[in-house]
Design a protein around this ligand. Sequence first.
Ligand SMILES: [Mg+2]
Length: 113
Amino acid sequence: MRKTILIVDDDSGVRIALREIFETLGHNSIGYENGEDAVSHISSADMLITDFNMPPGMNGAELAKMAKCERPDLPVIIMTGTRADVPSGHLANAVIEKPFDVELLEKVITDFL
Ligand SMILES: [Mg+2]
């Protein structure tokens, strides 16, 4: 079944790459460059994949917390260039490191969708 994935990253190249991957997997996706713009779209998403570091706005762990507060069952994935930056108490289902391996990313997506 075709799902809708919310992509949040301040890097447009990552948003474009992820949209292509989701398209290949047969899913719809919408990209936002910051968490603030994405928050109001959490209710209509089937998955959230967010960058961690998005200055000056909220970080991916903060966005994950807001998403889980509203939708406890929503699968949330955090992407980061530096795993150590992500606080251990984060509420995401998975943390993947950038640059990501496309096959690994596809596996994570498929596991949680
Ligand atoms: Mg970033």
